[in-house]
Design a protein around this ligand. Sequence first.
Ligand SMILES: [Zn+2]
Length: 739
Amino acid sequence: MAWSSRGPEAFHLVSKGDEVEIVASDPRGLVIGIYDLLDRLGARWPLPGEQFEVLPTRPRIGVWVDVWGEPRFRMREFFGTGGAGSGTPLDKRGDFSRAWTDYMRRNRWGGPDHIRGHTGEAFADAHRAALEAHPDWRAELKGQRVPWSRSLKLCASSTGALEAFQRDRADSLGRQLLVDPTTFAISVEPADGGGHCDCARCRALGGVSDRVFTMANQVARHINATHPGRWVSLLAYNEHAEVPSISLEPNVFVMVVPYGFNRTGLDPDELIAAWKSKVRRLGVYDYWAIPDWAHDVPSIAVGPMLERLDSWAARGIEAFLIESSFSGAATGPALWQASRRFLSAGRPSVDDLHEWVTLVFGTCSQEIEPLFKEWGEVYIPSSAGLGRAYSALGQALDGCGRSSVERSRLLWLARYVEYLRLRFEVDALAKAAPDRAERTRELARWLLAIAPDLSVASYRLVQLLLKSEGADAPLAKELDLARLSRSSLPGISEQESIDRVRTGQRRYAAVDLPKASFRGRWVHPPASGQATRERSATARVMLLGGMTDLNVRAQTSTSISIALGAYASAPLRVLVYDEAGRLQIERRIEGPGASAELELRADHTYRIKVVDPKNSFRLRVPVGVAVGLTQFVSPAPTDALYFWVPPGTRRVVMDVPSLVPSRVLDSNGAVVLDNVRGLVDVPVPESQSGKVWCVSGYKSWAPIRAISVPQAFALGRDDLLVPEEALKVAKSPIRRGSR
Ligand SMILES: [Zn+2]
């Protein structure tokens, strides 16, 4: 195949006698080819930093090879929110960001196309005088032109504003091309946040997407004239995530943001599909555990994320940008596994997590692998989870880790687990706890001390911690982030790291997490043996929100109703599927108080999916309709949420991330656990298994997660539906599914 039909990253590796030739038509292809050859020779960079480099010693570096290669996406990027902390007093020389940049290049992150983010803020700064002199350039909100601000939006129907904007963008592209002649696009993304112009002329253009993309089109036409072959890029995001009704210029590059801030009423896959049919080339912007939300505790469900990546490739998405965290320990394993998927075809199929753990921890990997496996599936901050981590580290330090390299890597992990412990203990404290300030101070100082490990985004996490404590807190003054220096950071000796593992082992017991999964048809559990049988004469109503998924089964033909909350700002979509997974009903519910009645036939099981962009809605379930909610959150404390404890279950384990304290009640209505905010782990007496239990008071935008019992909840005790497998006595419920 000719070079011209391949991208700039294509390369050809071919053995010639004792040598290997790396042939490429572009320097970028040469770099990818070099790292491809090094990969074949066993070189690996599983984490940033020289201490993690794996360079095998080989007598000869010859390999027999004759392959063409090219990475899977034209844009493969991630970045950590808040940066790597370089340029800050903590890393004046930029060592941290250099380590991350090296790591990315060696693992093939990057690609020939690069898109920049929001640009409206810079435009507002650069053109402040003109914007102040021309009120009509600025967005009008409720009849008033907004004053100048960095987050200002332009009036999409102001000729003056559009001319200034297109000139600014063309000039900026010209400057970028001088620095990097391969620059592919110039960003026209407005400033972050809402506040788009709603003057009469803009409203006539259509919805917010129509206005934003009208401006993008205008700049695109101008760029096509000044810089033929170049593109304008912008996000399909937040208020302008929706596919516009106008057609787009061929040189408009769109990065859709489907997994966050999506208020279009379409679920992520549907939004991607809608955009894919609109534009020739499409990218995706995603969030993987950014520090501001996840605080660098392990929180990436790795399997589903990698499936996402594969699904993008399968749909012909050629670019992606992941907003994540520069955290070797929290996001590192997922990012590394993602990067293994960029490799060209023909790579042997391997367990990438196993390889990563083996590369990092060598002969200690057997002890450590279950830990990262658990963290990549479900991590719930808990004393039992800390116990498992300390126990794994303790065993590894006892049994292996004799080589100094392995030992230092185990202690790297030990310092991260110590961070998890400090974070867990501070989070468990009440806001007014007397020792809160002291414990927060300890956490902040630990974060700074482990900064050179690159295991967490230290600087960002400390910033967030100080923000949450308030600007006037003594801690902010004491740490004085702006004047901090690396030499002032406390060092951590090897002995201290080891001592902390031993202390952790003594303090926290390693308790197994009894994970179980249940499949089969949705059925009613037997009601026999229940202490009380309640039958409400009226329908049950529940306030729900977010993406909601439930299974329902009606005894007689009836209907259930879904009503939008009073302050709903975006439409709600309801999809009803039959037992074979065929779509039966699709409804769009829009406007305050709007509702839909969904007809159900007798003795049929349906799956109902509510796509709710963080509004809230009321679900009304008549008597005689059984429900198994599998995904839901609740914006208000729930009265009672019933769940099934399968026969033979010895412990009820679930994650209840409620914002207000909840309670767990057994089948007799007796409180078995009070003040629940997080992991629930309670023993089940023989007489209480094979019964319906209940959680009361749950309120959160984070979903409740069942671990040892079925992920199925109902509003009424007699209304519960569960997967058929959950009715059988588990042979060994403690062990089922674990490890
Ligand atoms: Zn306007």
